[in-house]
Design a protein around this ligand. Structure first.
Ligand SMILES: *[C@@H]1O[C@H](CO)[C@@H](O)[C@H](O)[C@H]1NC(C)=O
Length: 249
């Protein structure tokens, strides 16, 4: 299990890098409305020659909820969070992330969920955590989103000019598998729809139901990402941990 996770992480490293150069992003989606997802955070890693892209959600003035591979820990990498990225061009505020991420690993391996602590952000819209008295069922429609890159390098070649989608993309997809345990990922549900999908740069973004964050898009198995059902971390299964770490009620 541990080995599989390592393989997935290695694979993802490659995939994330190519996310900036491939046409891999929310597939079959549309521009999110300007009024929705104002808590969406863009997470960028860079080491001078390469960049990585992820999504996240500001759930507290000090905390971003995302997935566990959205932190570049290798030497030379700088991790930055851009808040208000969805408020329009030039409106975002960038924060260099310096604190180590808070990971969920009570069994000794990391589930695909992570909290990043940032300097307190004033006047930023916060995402709502789920109402877990209702749990997602097969057939419920969740809205996924992301800013996967839109630029393509020839032959999937990595390019240093980083261009996320010009507008946050949203897509509605039905839940096809309710909450279950998936080794090396954690507690997840999955969503799938014809000609619609999420892809590398979308990992970490919220899956929204009834205006609340019920899920965090998992990085998935790189080889099959963008081709199979999207695995989404079931936030309700981690609420106790989220509350304990962030102080949220
Ligand atoms: C940045 O990371 C990539 C991928 O890990 C690596 O190939 C490249 O050499 C790194 N660049 C620098 C300047 O360290």
């Amino acid at each position: 299990m541990a080995l599989l996770k390592v393989l997935l992480l290695l694979g993802l490293g490659v995939s994330v890098n190519s996310a900036v150069s491939l046409q891999k992003r929310i597939i079959g989606g549309h521009d999110c409305a300007d009024t929705e997802r104002q808590y969406h955070v863009r997470l960028e890693g860079s080491n001078g020659t390469h960049m990585s892209l992820c999504g996240g959600s500001l759930i507290h003035p000090n905390w971003i909820l995302t997935t566990d591979t959205c932190w570049k820990s290798e030497t030379g990498w700088i991790n930055v969070a851009k808040i208000d990225v969805h408020q329009g061009p030039g409106r975002w505020r960038a924060f260099r992330l310096r604190n180590n991420p808070v990971v969920y690993n009570p069994e000794g391996w990391r589930h695909d969920i992570m909290l990043l602590k940032i300097k307190k952000v004033a006047n930023a819209p916060l995402g709502q955590l789920p109402d877990c008295s209702y749990r997602l069922k097969i057939g419920d429609t969740v809205q996924l989103a992301g800013e996967g890159a839109t630029t393509t390098g020839p032959n999937n070649e990595q390019i240093s000019n980083f261009a996320p989608a010009t507008h946050l993309q949203c897509v509605d997809m039905p839940v096809v598998e309710a909450s279950h345990f998936l080794p090396t990922y954690g507690r997840v549900f999955s969503a799938k729809a014809r000609n619609k999908d999420v892809c590398y740069g979308d990992a970490g973004s919220a899956a929204v139901f009834n205006g609340k964050i019920y899920g965090v898009i998992s990085p998935g198995v790189p080889r099959y990402a963008c081709e199979s059902a999207a695995s989404i971390v079931d936030v309700c299964e981690y609420m106790e941990w989220i509350r304990a770490r962030t102080g949220l009620k």
